[in-house]
Design a protein around this ligand. Structure first.
Ligand SMILES: CC(C)(COP(=O)(O)OP(=O)(O)OC[C@H]1O[C@@H](n2cnc3c(N)ncnc32)[C@H](O)[C@@H]1OP(=O)(O)O)[C@@H](O)C(=O)NCCC(=O)NCCS
Length: 143
């Protein structure tokens, strides 16, 4: 069982408006939530937290600690989450990303996410949020 305190501590390192332990515990307790932790020799490196409901999945948060970046960890975490969402029956994965987050945007578009919406001045009343979606292929019926 992953502890909310650990994840909140990592979130604090990576986001200007981090989720505290209680908020993280709330996310972990939501129906349909799941996540993956990247760790080396018991040293946590990053994690992804998602939620699936009906045929839609959503990335709630994704981070890799600063000293662990550019080694493919986020890509691997996202690939795991996409596979789980798909095997659970999701037809698409959604996420929100700040319009000025070049690293995350490069990651997501590289994995096939496309912009489907924009929320003006969503972050801190200043920065737009982009809504991205990736279609997940579900096995069709036999013919
Ligand atoms: C965004 C983030 C998760 C990427 O993690 P990472 O483990 O470094 O990413 P990866 O090594 O898997 O990179 C995969 C691809 O993403 C893109 N990418 C990642 N970091 C990048 C950067 N700093 N600049 C440009 N492109 C970047 C590249 O296309 C990269 O592929 P490449 O290495 O073959 O060029 C990490 O920078 C982070 O935690 N940032 C702070 C939190 C955050 O913004 N989370 C996302 C919120 S929506």
């Amino acid at each position: 069982m992953v502890h909310a305190a650990l994840l909140a501590g990592m979130h604090k390192v990576c986001f200007a408006e981090p989720w505290n332990e209680a908020a993280m515990a709330g996310m972990l307790a939501m129906p349909g939530s799941y996540g993956f932790l990247a760790a080396a020799a018991d040293r946590p490196q990053g994690f992804i937290l998602c939620r699936s409901a009906a045929d839609e999945a959503e990335v709630l948060t994704l981070l890799v600690l600063p000293g662990e970046r550019r080694h493919g960890l986020a890509k691997a975490l996202l690939a795991e989450a996409l596979a789980k969402a798909q095997s659970g029956g999701a037809a698409s994965m959604f996420l929100e990303v700040a319009a000025n987050n070049q690293a995350a945007l490069a990651l997501y578009t590289g994995l096939g996410f496309l912009q489907v919406g924009r929320r003006p001045r969503y972050y801190g009343g200043q920065t737009d949020a982009l809504i991205l979606r990736k279609a997940l292929v579900q096995p069709g019926g036999a013919w």
